[in-house]
Design a protein around this ligand. Structure first.
Ligand code: GMT
Length: 389
């Protein structure tokens, strides 16, 4: 097993939800960057993560197959994942499993460890947000989530806010490290004269963008209403990137507010680095957002953010400096701040430049990659020590 120094290439298994959601995106960006740094990375998921495109010499994707059987009304994905973990750990001699999203990934990792007493490997769990705030805090999964956290060698929360929430909900039984979301600032960069094949960015019709999984927590309706209020009588466009359960509601609202001509539903986009620089403002209207990866990616592209002051959003967006944050649910205030930015190109440029500087200084992928490597080595060392006692 490799250990002791961050110079050693590791063999790392990454379990994640292979969706366009923040946890899957982060896990994929991290895995690819780790492989570029010399580590061998094995993704474990039920399908290929959307941002895993192209060929990378040290990246492997192992699909978890869940067998169907008439008795299985609910096929046991957690067991199938644990089995796949065991197979890959044995065949590829992994040093470590890094699981993204506590449920069920941390439990599957624990099970894999229990079933392989002779093999030492570290388990790192990253808590992303809804695994704690929505899923883990409910009665159905509270105890197993707590167990998964406690059994991990190292636990990461993506914001100070999420760390506090985790300790509040589950009690202070485990040390939690805060490692924020990160962004590749060389790929996510301001538009600087580039043009977009998808979007017409012209001064008379500025682009307001929203990017999410259209779940109720994102309050997509608030974005649409604020846009209608802020841009009445103008040619501003609203571009909605993503898909999910609230799409039908939003489409009906757009028609009701007579916005069909100015609103585009773009659907799912795998690589948003070609899209975000063409936004003039990004709106994040979430009721709860443990971090807000879309806000960070927008900042890296020099785009100011207007949003609700919920969850960890203020750890990303500096109110009145790189964007505006207003009280959750205050749609008129959201609209007023949107109007302020849309009517003032110089302010947008100023906020955008500060957002970009903030992304480069605090959330750059290469710096946070080293932080992950240190945590991996700590987990491996901790596991070695535990095995000896
Ligand atoms: O709801 C989403 O945005 C998806 C969700 C996920 O788990 O994939 O995102 C969460 O993880 C992201 C990456 O750490 C964070 O940036 C998001 O803030 C967080 N979402 C929520 O807390 C609602």
């Amino acid at each position: 097993m490799n250990s002791g120094t961050t110079d050693f290439p590791l063999k790392i298994g990454i379990a994640c939800y292979p969706t366009h959601g923040g946890s899957g995106v982060l896990a994929t960006e991290l895995g690819v960057a780790l492989a570029e740094r010399g580590h061998e990375v094995h993704f474990l998921a039920y399908s290929k993560p959307p941002r895993l495109s192209g060929y990378h010499p040290r990246v492997f994707c192992h699909l978890v197959e869940v067998s169907e059987y008439p008795l299985f009304k609910y096929p046991p994905y957690d067991l199938a994942l644990a089995s796949k973990m065991i197979e890959v750990i044995n065949e590829r001699r992994l040093d470590l499993l890094h699981v993204h999203y506590a449920i069920p990934h941390s439990i599957s990792a624990y099970l894999a460890r229990q079933l392989m007493p002779g093999r030492r490997f570290g388990i790192v769990t990253t808590l992303h947000g809804t695994d704690i705030t929505l899923v883990g805090s409910g009665n159905a999964y509270r105890d197993v989530t707590r167990f998964g956290i406690e059994q991990s060698d190292e636990v990461i929360a993506v914001s100070e806010w999420l760390k506090k929430e985790t300790l509040r909900i589950f009690g202070a039984t485990k040390e939690i490290q805060v490692v924020p979301n990160f962004v590749d600032v060389t790929r996510f960069r301001p538009r600087e004269g580039r043009t977009s094949p998808q979007l017409c960015a012209c001064p008379e019709s500025p682009i307001v963008m929203h990017m999410s999984n259209f779940r109720p927590v994102k309050r997509l309706g608030d974005t649409v209403r604020a846009f209608a209020d802020a841009t009445a009588g103008t040619k501003a466009q609203l571009v909605l990137v993503g898909d999910g359960p609230d799409r039908g509601m939003a489409e009906a609202l757009v028609t009701e507010l007579k916005l069909d001509e100015r609103v585009t539903f773009l659907g799912l986009v795998d690589d948003v680095s070609d899209l975000l620089p063409f936004a003039d403002v990004l709106v994040v209207s979430s009721e709860s957002e443990s971090f807000g990866l879309a806000a960070l990616e927008a900042h890296a592209c020099g785009v100011p953010v207007v949003g609700y002051d919920s969850g960890g959003m203020r750890e990303v967006v500096e109110d009145d400096k790189s964007g505006f944050l207003v009280r959750f649910g205050d749609v008129p205030a959201l609209a007023a701040r949107m109007r302020t930015l849309l009517s003032d190109p110089a302010l947008r440029r100023d906020f955008g430049a500060r957002g970009r500087a903030r992304a480069v200084e605090h959330f750059d992928l290469s710096r946070l990659l080293s932080v992950h490597e240190r945590i991996y080595h700590a987990a491996i060392e901790r596991r070695g020590r535990k095995a000896e006692t």
